[in-house]
Design a protein around this ligand. Sequence first.
Ligand code: AMP
Ligand code: GLY
Length: 425
Amino acid sequence: MKVLLIGSGGREHTLAWKLAQSELVNEVIAAPGNIGISGEPKCKSVNVSSEDIPGLLNLATSEKIDLTVVGPEAPLCLGLADAFASRGLKVFGPSSKAAMLEGSKVFSKTLMQKYSIPTANFEVFDNFDKARALLSSCLFPTVIKADGLAAGKGVFVCKDRTEAYEALDSIMNRRMFGIAGDRVIIEECLEGEEASFIAFSDGNSVVPLAGSQDHKAVYDDDKGPNTGGMGAYSPAPVITEALHEKIMNDIMIPTVRALESEGAPFVGFLYAGLMIRNDEVKVLEYNVRLGDPEAQPLLFRMKSDPVPLMLAAIERRLGGMTIEWMDEDSVCVVMASKGYPGAYEKGLEITGIRRAEEIEDVKVFIAGAQKKNGMLVTSGGRVLGVTARSKGIGSAISKAYQAVTLIKWDGVHFRNDIGKKALGR
Ligand code: AMP
Ligand code: GLY
């Protein structure tokens, strides 16, 4: 089979690496891909943007692609899966209607309310004055969210009224996220420990991956602004066996059934971002794709070939399938540019990747780097993810950081506490 993989980040490098190991796959073509993907056996990158749907359709047709796998949310929200399916092409990723689960927080919150899926209490506003009036009487902290896609920056956890007014003003008046801020959600602030729960869905049946946990804040101890994710590990001991059952029964299956009832069956990776406190679980958000960096530790310890699962999802026959995992923990430490998630310099030479990968069961997945004059240089905020696997979370953490210390560039930043919460359990 020939697979087309859409996207260019660390998640896509990991997907390409994993897909290429499938006995069913002869070639993976990534659009636009990255330098890490291009270096993998059976893989190449072609310069077509992940949001150029006509260009991707042409590529899929001219390359006689058998299966398309979509990494990021934006092309899904733009209707990539609908366009591919209408041409009879097999695509693993939801339709634009089902992708509204991530593309519109008003859509997802209203769906959860309608189908009694546990989530924070909320109200929706399309008018600044009315939203501001609520803020003058609500309890703090409170959470304000732009409705639409905002590259992970549309959520403000506000500790007091001043911060809340500021957030509301940026979203609704100063239009920081454009039309994504036409509507806002103001919601109850939840406490607890966050975890990511991701599953294959065929629109009716759900096959769960192992649990994982991301680290969103840029600095140690969850301090500083939120990023796309500074590191992740799997499994996540906060998701006990009993909680796993509960998440499947109260959240994952009801969500897929709800979308089916709404005429938008969900085919793809369904991701629930959860807040867990004792034995209570609530949905913070949905994503319609694998998490980045959760994909790195998840796929690094997945024994099963994902391709048969993807094909089964597309053909609506996932029911009864299962996934096998290595009996080891995996940790990914993201190494980022100085200044990220704010402005940062690019073009800095990266050294040490080869030495890092000489350590057994260590793999470096590239997110924002490119070749320039024969050197590997930084080209993004999140530059790469050092991913390690070992028996026991403590040993996986040590191994990941042993590799991290070998990789260098000017101003490199990473968190020193990835996996610490799991160690505490
Ligand atoms: P989201 O994009 O909705 O996942 O929000 C990004 C981050 O904001 C989450 O990972 C949480 O850390 C935080 N967050 C979102 N909603 C809430 C909430 N209701 N209570 C507390 N924190 C939240
Ligand atoms: N790591 C969180 C996300 O992919 O949205």
